[in-house]
Ligand binder design. Structure first.
Ligand SMILES: [Zn+2]
Length: 219
């Protein structure tokens, strides 16, 4: 079957995740075997060995959950954007909310959660991402990833996940950070703009309906 897949679809890896070898030598399931994907030509695409093992059985567009990664500097309005666009049954993975849920009281907005809470939250978030990106249900998984690296973004794009950038502009973000947790948040604000640059024009924060495909967002 592998030879037939390569003969039919060519030898270019269809995933192109970071570290991709480009030349496909394996067959990758479109719908993973664990999701009921069948052993037929139409359900395979050529992939290099590296990408094939990296993808595992995570969803790609066309079946199962749709993943929307929401990125942007602190206090840019990522959670607000998700709240405005989500529908019943959707899943949201938000580090800040996970950390808050682990605390036995509701901390004020200006509160920085302790290091041990962050440690637990990071692991909980990772487990949530693992499960949510393998959902068969046709829901949207909103993954808030504040400041992703270039490799993270390359992986998201390789998997066909939509990436939405929320950036109302540096001046607004800095003002909000100063009003909340200046020391901690300004660090992240600077990190965001050094990695992703400043948007030429502020991104639209919320438009009605599902976010449009942004294969090449401004970062
Ligand atoms: Zn590859």
């Amino acid at each position: 079957m592998t030879a037939l897949v390569l003969e039919t679809y060519g030898r270019e890896c269809w995933l192109k995740l970071p570290g991709c070898k480009r030349v496909a030598t394996t067959k990758d399931h479109v719908v993973p075997f664990s999701h009921g994907g069948e052993d037929v030509l139409e359900n395979y695409r050529p992939a290099c060995r590296s990408c094939n093992s990296k993808r595992q059985n995570r969803v790609r567009p066309g079946y199962g959950a749709s993943v929307v990664v929401v990125i942007g500097p602190p206090a840019s309005g990522k959670s607000t954007y998700v709240a405005a666009h989500c529908k019943p049954g959707d899943v949201t993975i938000d580090m800040d909310r996970i950390a808050r849920a682990l605390m036995p009281y509701d901390p004020p907005a200006s509160h920085t959660y302790p290091q041990h809470v962050r440690h637990i939250a990071v692991r909980a978030r990772k487990a949530a991402i693992h499960s949510a990106t393998r959902l068969r249900e046709r829901v949207t998984v909103w993954l808030i990833h504040a400041v992703p690296t270039g490799a993270d973004l390359a992986e998201y794009r390789g998997l066909g996940w939509q990436v939405v950038t929320i950036d109302p502009g540096r001046a607004i973000v800095e003002q909000r950070a100063m009003d909340q947790r200046p020391e901690e948040m300004m660090l992240h604000v600077r990190r965001w703009y050094s990695l992703h640059g400043e948007a030429e024009k502020p991104a639209p924060v919320a438009s009605p309906g599902a976010p449009t495909t942004s294969a090449e967002p401004d970062w």
